[in-house]
Design a protein around this ligand. Sequence first.
Ligand code: SF4
Ligand code: SF4
Ligand code: SF4
Length: 318
Amino acid sequence: MSKPKLAYYLAGGCGGCDIAVVDLSEALVDVALQLDIVFWAPTVADVKYKDLEAMPDGSIDVGLFSGNVRNSEHEHIAKVLRQKCKVLIAFGICASCGGIKGLVNLHTTEQLLEKAYINTFSTDNPEKILPQTTVVVDGKYELTLPTLMDARALDQVVKVDYYIGGCPPYHEHIAKAFTALLSGQLPPPGSWITMGKAVCEVCDRNPVLKGKPKKLATEVKRTIDGAPSEDGCLLEEGYLCLGPVTQGDCGAKCPSANIPCRGCGGPIPGVKDFGLRAISAIASMLDNEELVDKIPDPVHLFYRYTLPSSFLGKRIKR
Ligand code: SF4
Ligand code: SF4
Ligand code: SF4
């Protein structure tokens, strides 16, 4: 029997999701032996886009798409992969919701280019040259480069069959997802591949799991304001932990290291707008209204990983 064919593409991401797959360690060998990897660009295999484009439609069993859709090249490959793959998975929070790189939508492309290529302290660019979309090399070869766009989650471009959260996805969760894929035991199309529990539900700091009620926070703190206790609920202590609304497939890694959950696992099932639900959850855990004004940098706190897929989507200036 032929092995299932797998394609992997890194679009507007950092490569951390690729490294998370390598983090499977020895299990990676088992996974690799069970799959026929036909495309893994641009990080692992030197496969050309034209090779992918030439494959018959529907000939790839599973496509993993990591990173968000940030330029015309990502958009093109997203559409090609949708045609070629029977199952297309948004792999990691960038592909699923736009990710931390989706915060670019708070600025215009012009502002971002000016900041990156002209205004940084380390930039020496007196002629204010910005990246071009077409360049003629040696006076005869025209090189066309991708056009920047607002950041989008994959499902804002093509239909997505499944979502896997995490920045990057936790390697043990990836192993479970591959097992589900290879055995065909998948949830209904359109679902997240998740164990379906919030970070709070798997967190050793949760007083509710020890039969005690959760107390309201009487102050708002940041981790730079001092170390939290070793085992108390961070939210009770005033650290704005997003564990109540985040999928806990990582096993509550951050709270176990004294760091509030920042929401990279993606929204718990049934939540359409992570940021809105997070605002509601945190507000309900504060002792009084005055504390709301003390929440530092709410957009980056509540929409850190999900701005493009949220109802806000991007900053609009009129
Ligand atoms: S989800 Fe995180 S690790 Fe994966 S590509 Fe995006 S930023 Fe990198
Ligand atoms: S709010 Fe954070 S620290 Fe508290 S139980 Fe939930 S995940 Fe753990
Ligand atoms: S605790 Fe939250 S931020 Fe940390 S890895 Fe888990 S889901 Fe991501």
